[in-house]
Design a protein around this ligand. Sequence first.
Ligand SMILES: Cc1cc2nc3c(=O)[nH]c(=O)nc-3n(C[C@H](O)[C@H](O)[C@H](O)COP(=O)(O)O)c2cc1C
Length: 224
Amino acid sequence: MNEQSTLDWFLSRRSTREFSDRPVERETIERLLMAATSAPSASNRQPWQFAVVRSRSLRAAIAQAVRERADDMKAVIARGHHAEDFGSYGDFFHEPLISAAVIIVPQYREFPDLIANLLASGGADPSAYHTAGAMQAELCSTSAAVMNLLLQAHASGLGGCWMAGPMIARDRICALLGIAAPWQMVGAIALGYPAGPAPEQKPRKPLGRVARWFEDEHTDEDTN
Ligand SMILES: Cc1cc2nc3c(=O)[nH]c(=O)nc-3n(C[C@H](O)[C@H](O)[C@H](O)COP(=O)(O)O)c2cc1C
């Protein structure tokens, strides 16, 4: 892939929420996991693991757990004055899970912050130094792995949706999948072959709003 076609390919990725019945082969999923685990990680600790749920009954149990929790939340919110603000938002918590052929639940674990401990041993307050813990380095590393997985899924013709929604049923999902401390769930990824055409592209903020540049007047000439 050249520079432009790589960018075009990034731009063609979408979050997919409806999947066909076509199963996803184990070898394909293994390639997604290889892409995920090739991600950079703080001190190369690779602080991630992945529950790969292909079992039909477990997938249904996960989707049901999230749906029930969303219904609970809806009922609570309906007691206040903002029921309409929730609207159909609750559907986003579980909708992609319903037809997913595979659900992957990524997890991360924290490690002791070695440098912080060294600073403490020298008598300093480590929090004054903002070491790796200050940026949740393990969570960031695992997020990078998830993004790699989604991009490999796109390359494999699969659709995917990384979802925060299932966190509302975190305790039940962790019990179903045997996820326990020190591991922490990082949402869930619904995967499968798309049921229909790619969804519309969601608008992005223009670069002018998200990037601040710091450069010398002649930076382009210097680098060319
Ligand atoms: C951390 C994270 C959590 C998300 N949670 C959900 C979710 O719970 N349900 C859902 O339908 N989509 C979820 N999404 C997908 C976003 O809605 C989607 O990425 C965004 O609208 C942009 O669309 P695109 O991915 O097609 O470009 C999530 C995405 C991320 C990165």
